[in-house]
Design a protein around this ligand. Sequence first.
Ligand SMILES: O=C([O-])CC(=O)C(=O)O
Ligand SMILES: [Mg+2]
Length: 233
Amino acid sequence: MAGHYVVRNITRPDADVVAGLREAGVATVHEAMGRVGLVSPEVVPRQNGSAMAGPAVTVASHPGDNLMIHAAVETCREGDVLVVTTTSPSTDGMFGELLATSLRARGVVGLVTDAGVRDIAELRAMGFPVWARAISAQGTVKASPGSVNVPVVCGGRLIRPGDVVVADDDGVLAVPAATAPDALAKARKRLAAEEGKRKQFQEGVLGMDMYGLRELLDRLGVEYVDDLPEDFR
Ligand SMILES: O=C([O-])CC(=O)C(=O)O
Ligand SMILES: [Mg+2]
C-alpha cells in the first residue's frame, strides 16, 4: 500500500440483513456460509451474553498507538462495529472505557480487536461489548500514522470496510457485504431445519438414526463388538 488513508465513506449493507444476521448468530451464519469467515478464536468475547452485528469500520494502527482509533470514531455511524488491527502483533491495551464512551456517543455497537483492551470492568459495567485478543493495562501513545477504512486482517481473517461483522459468545464472523443477503437466507433455512431436529432430539431420536450414521460407520469399516478387543488391552 502506498501510504496512510482515512477513508470517510463506506458502503453499509441493508439494516434488516444486519439485524437478521445478528439474530441468527455466529455459529449458524458461519455454517450457512460453508464453514468460512471466522476470526481466530484467539479474539475472545470479554463479556457474557452479548450479541452484535454491524458494518465494519476498520482501523490499521501502529502497535502501541491508538491515534487512528480516534481518527476512526469520526467516520463511524449508528449501528457500526469498529474493527481494530495493528500493523505488527501487539497486545497493548489501546482501547478502554473512554474510547468506548466516545464510540457509544456515535451509536457504535461494539469493538473487535486483534490487540488489547483495558478498563474491562468499566466496559462490562457500561455494557459496551468487546472481542479482543488480550486484556492488558499497557498504555499506548497517539503518535504514528495508520489507516481507517482500508481492508485489514483481524484474527487471520480479511475484513473489508462495510463487511458485516457478527459477534456473540461463540466468537466473531465477517460476512462479505456482497454475500450478506444470501448468507442470511441460508442461515434462516438452517434455523428452520434445526427446529425440526431439536424436536426429534427432545423425543429421544438418535443422531445415528436421524442422519443415517449407522450406514456411514459401516462404510467406514467401524465394527460393533461386545468387548474391548485384545489389541487395545
Ligand atoms: O485512553 C486510552 O489510551 C485507552 C483507554 O484506557 C480508554 O480509552 O479509556
Ligand atoms: Mg482508560
